[in-house]
Design a protein around this ligand. Sequence first.
Ligand SMILES: CC(C)(COP(=O)(O)OP(=O)(O)OC[C@H]1O[C@@H](n2cnc3c(N)ncnc32)[C@H](O)[C@@H]1OP(=O)(O)O)[C@@H](O)C(=O)NCCC(=O)NCCS
Length: 119
Amino acid sequence: MFQTGVDIEDISRFENKTLESDSHFLNRIFTKNELDYCFSNALPAKHLAARFCAKEAVVKALSNIIDKNISYSQIEILKKENGSPYVNLLGCGEKIEISISLSHDREKAIAFAIAKKID
Ligand SMILES: CC(C)(COP(=O)(O)OP(=O)(O)OC[C@H]1O[C@@H](n2cnc3c(N)ncnc32)[C@H](O)[C@@H]1OP(=O)(O)O)[C@@H](O)C(=O)NCCC(=O)NCCS
C-alpha cells in the first residue's frame, strides 16, 4: 500500500537566512549535503523551502507507515546526476521506499512524496 504526503511553503520564510547567522536554525532542519546544495545556488531560499516541503511531505507519508517520530534532519534530500531528487532516510531502521517531487516558483515551493514499506 502506497502512502502519500504533500506540503507547500512560502519561500519568504527562508529568505535572508545565512550559514553564518542562522546556523542553529538551518542545522536543526537540514543536513550538510542539503545546505551545500542550497547555498551553491544563486537563490538558496527556494531550494531550502522546497527541501523543507519535501521533509514535511515525507513525514506525512510516513505517519501512516511507521510509529516512531522521524526528525527533519533524518530525511535527507539528495539529487541524482540528472537533477531528480531522492530521499536518504537516516537512522530509521525500517526498509521504506520513497519517491518525491519538488517544484518552486517566485513565491511558493511545493513537494509531493509517496512512500511504501518494503516487507
Ligand atoms: C526537470 C525540469 C522539468 C524542472 O522544471 P522547472 O520548471 O525548471 O523546475 P521546478 O521549479 O518545477 O522544479 C525544480 C525542481 O525539480 C527537480 N528536478 C530537477 N531535475 C529533475 C529531473 N530530471 N527529474 C525530476 N525532478 C527534477 C529538482 O528537485 C528541482 O529543485 P531543486 O533544484 O531545489 O532540487 C526541467 O529542468 C527539465 O526539463 N529538465 C530536463 C528533463 C529531462 O531530463 N528530460 C529528459 C527525460 S523526460
